[in-house]
Design a binder for this molecule. Structure first.
Ligand code: MBD
Ligand code: FE
Length: 281
């Protein structure tokens, strides 16, 4: 890590994540009353149980109320929920999913990034820090047929662990792009290795983590959404063998199938291949 002078504040990254969430087009679920009743009741029952089990006091209840207000006012609900809850939603979705394993999307996806050819370098600063990495592979369907023209929407943190669009001083679109696979489903993306990500320590999510004496780290990762007409979109993350926090991700979003092990290529650069397998929709 560099100095903390330019470290994004929670106020910066948290509220930007809230804005990105509000801006994203999504299906609005119309949830029947029976289901709201069942799920909301179960959530409340869990809270009631925790209070009884732990003899929660009035001052603790008021502190919790203050903290919940702070999360909302700080715009950190997307951050908090994606770190502590999304992995279970993904686990349930994965019950009916074949092909490449999914993982959580997290709060830092931005749509409509630059479209790039199958063999490409991600948009980066001329002096982008970090170990160059060549990430290559093929997109196939469950039968092994290559998927031509698949879109690999990729985004990841920089060598300081910060995401463009959610940190000051990083150009828009940095280390983001939509790479289109070639006629044989192939892609070859040059980028730099991301650093591990730390939840901002100055916001309510970070304060909870510190108050509970947990750690605030996610292992280094690449985010990907892989789309192709007629196929089910996969949202996933790829990690790095031997990387710090791989076995204690605060977001509990690692899976053994999603760990890359880069090695030196013939041209001397660090490289790794990973093939994606898509289900038919
Ligand atoms: C991240 O970079 C991330 O991927 C998740 C899931 C949550 C917070 C930050
Ligand atoms: Fe991330």
């Amino acid at each position: 890590m560099t100095t903390t002078e330019h470290a994004p504040t929670a106020a910066g990254s948290g509220s930007s994540a809230s804005e990105a969430f509000r801006a994203a087009a999504r299906e609005t679920a119309s949830v029947p009353a029976e289901r709201v009743d069942a799920v909301a009741r179960a959530v409340l029952r869990g809270v009631h149980q925790a209070i009884r089990e732990h003899d929660v006091t009035y001052p603790e209840f008021q502190a919790a109320k203050q903290w919940l207000m702070d999360v909302g006012e700080g715009g950190e609900w997307p951050l908090f929920l994606d770190v502590f809850v999304e992995h279970v939603v993904e686990e349930v979705a994965a019950r009916s999913q074949d092909g490449t394993k999914g993982s959580i999307q997290g709060p830092y996806y931005l749509p409509d990034q630059e479209t790039l050819p199958w063999q490409t370098k991600l948009p980066m600063r001329p002096d982008e820090k970090g170990e160059p990495l060549v990430f290559a592979g093929q997109v196939r369907d469950l039968d092994g047929t290559p998927v031509a023209g698949a879109e690999l929407d990729i985004w990841h943190a920089d060598d300081d662990g910060y995401y463009s669009g959610f940190a000051p001083d990083i150009p828009a679109g940095n280390l983001r792009g939509v790479v289109v696979s070639d006629g044989q489903g192939r892609f070859e993306i040059t980028t730099v290795q991301p650093a591990p990500y730390q939840i901002p320590t100055d916001g309510p999510t970070g304060k909870l983590i510190a108050a509970a004496a947990w750690h605030a780290w996610r292992p280094a990762h690449l985010h990907l959404m892989v789309r192709a007409p007629g196929h089910r979109t996969i949202t996933t993350q790829l990690y790095f063998q031997g990387g710090e926090w791989l076995d204690s991700d605060v977001a509990e979003a690692t899976k053994p199938e999603l760990v890359l092990d880069p090695g030196p290529r013939e041209d001397g650069r660090l490289g790794v291949t990973y093939d994606f397998v898509l289900e038919r929709a």
